[in-house]
Structures are given as structure tokens and as C-alpha cells.
Ligand binder design. Structure first.
Ligand code: SAH
Ligand code: CA
Length: 239
């Protein structure tokens, strides 16, 4: 495999690509919202090399069900890109919900925004263009108890996951959920480091391996490692 091109991996952690296709065709794609499909297609058309960064549709559906079951009203997303997970979240939440969405770069969000607007859910979203850490620090300083989040989805720079975790444990309610994406890092967490892979890939792999260990030892949460997409860790704050 060409070390610089990850696009052919398609984040399939399952037994086979055929099994992934089966799941997609049988129950995921027939249920995917029309505007999520369009956002995904537009991302692929405009930035094909990075389109794989959108969470896959089966993961969007998991987020949607979790949000509905827990009756979430206030959520935060760190790492928006073109907004696939953001639109999935906005579609799942009730009319009076509020989503705080942070990304250091607004340009990709602009690609997804027309679909968010067409879905009629833009009013639920407050987009903040910034490095996430200072925004989270500000929330930690200023947030009132009644403003705390029910749910957080983290899908940004992997080397900061530990830092985000410390902040989120102060601004997500006890009993609330914090989800971390890409925690199986193409499966590479379980195989020896491959020096042929690009530097950033191996650095992020290191960060994720360290972070997974920290989460497993963290008494403030209970957790569940889900093998969907590129690996999703669901943490429930218990202290
Ligand atoms: N959840 C998105 C994909 C996110 S991709 C989806 O489903 O479409 C990761 C995003 O994290 C990128 O858009 C990148 O700009 C953003 N990001 C990276 N480092 C960041 C930082 N330090 N602060 C905020 N956002 C960051
Ligand atoms: Ca991701």
C-alpha cells in the first residue's frame, strides 16, 4: 500500500469488505437521510482525498439512536470538518436543542452548511471557528451548572484527546456521555508500528494507544469500545 494514501482502507475493521458492504446495503444506506447522503457525496466530489474523514453512515445512525434514547438537549462536537456527524446530530435532536460545534477551520464546514440549512436544523447549531482547547477552557471557567452538556462527540486532533477529556469531564454532566472517534486507528493499535506509514499516522497511532490506556484506567468514567467505523469509545461520566 502507498503509505500516503489511506483512501483504500475505507476504515473497515470488520472481517471482510464484503461484510461491510452487506451491512451498508442491507440496513444502513436505505435508512440514511437524503441530506446526509448529499453532504457525503458533495464532500467526496469537492475533497475526495479527505472525504473519508466524515464519520461513516452506520456511525451516524448509532449517534442518532444514542442521542434520542438519552433525550439529549445540549451537545458539543469537537471536529466538524464538512459536518456529517454534526448534521446527523442535529437531525436527531429536538427543536429546542443546542449544539456547540468547534473546528479550527471553517472552510470545510461551508461545504456541508447548505445541506444543514436545507434540513432546517441550522438554528440548533452554534459553530465556533477556533482551536478547541481554549474554547473548552473558557467553558470550564464560565459554565453554570444548568448549562452543562448531556453529550460530547470528539473527532479532532488525536494528540489532544487527553486534554479534551480533562476539560469535558468538567462540562459534561454526571451521567452524560463523551464519545471519542477513531480509537482503533485503522486497526493499527493492535499491530506493530509500521515505519512505512506516514509520520502523522504513526504519531496519531501513538496518541490513540496512550489515550485508550488512560481511559481504561480512569475511574471517573465507565466505557464501551465499539467496533464501528474506525472505532468509537463511548464514555459515561460517573464522577
Ligand atoms: N466529525 C467530522 C469529521 C471531523 S475531521 C465529520 O463527521 O464530518 C477532524 C476535524 O478536526 C477537521 O475538520 C479539523 O479541522 C479539526 N481539528 C483538528 N485539530 C483541531 C483543533 N486543535 N481544534 C479544533 N478542531 C480541530
Ligand atoms: Ca473521525
Amino acid at each position: 500500500m502507498d503509505g500516503n494514501d489511506l483512501s483504500n482502507l475505507e476504515k473497515c475493521l470488520l472481517q471482510s469488505e464484503a461484510l461491510h458492504q452487506y451491512i451498508l446495503e442491507t440496513n444502513v444506506l436505505p435508512k440514511e437521510h437524503e441530506l446526509l447522503k448529499k453532504l457525503r457525496a458533495e464532500t467526496k466530489a469537492r475533497i475526495p482525498k479527505r472525504a473519508l474523514m466524515n464519520v461513516p453512515p452506520e456511525e451516524g445512525q448509532l449517534l442518532s439512536i444514542i442521542l434520542k434514547v438519552m433525550n439529549a438537549k445540549r451537545t458539543i462536537e469537537v471536529g466538524v470538518f464538512t459536518g456529517y456527524s454534526l448534521l446527523a446530530t442535529a437531525l436527531a435532536l429536538p427543536e429546542d436543542a443546542k449544539i456547540t460545534a468547534i473546528d479550527v477551520d471553517r472552510s470545510n464546514y461551508k461545504i456541508g452548511l447548505p445541506f444543514i440549512q436545507k434540513a432546517g436544523v441550522e438554528g440548533k447549531i452554534k459553530f465556533i471557528e477556533s482551536e478547541a482547547l481554549p474554547v473548552l477552557d473558557k467553558f470550564v471557567q464560565e459554565m453554570n451548572e444548568d448549562e452543562m452538556f448531556d453529550f460530547a462527540f470528539v473527532d479532532a486532533d488525536k494528540e489532544n484527546y487527553s486534554n479534551y477529556h480533562e476539560r469535558l469531564l468538567k462540562i459534561v454532566k454526571i451521567g452524560g456521555l463523551i464519545l471519542y472517534d477513531n480509537t482503533l486507528w485503522f486497526g493499527s493499535v493492535a499491530t506493530p508500528m509500521n515505519p512505512d506509514m506516514p509520520k502523522y499516522f504513526n504519531e496519531d497511532r501513538e496518541s490513540i494507544i496512550k489515550f485508550n490506556k488512560e481511559l481504561a484506567a480512569d475511574p471517573r468514567i465507565e466505557l464501551c469500545q465499539v467496533c464501528i467505523g474506525d472505532g468509537l469509545t463511548i464514555c459515561r461520566r460517573v464522577a
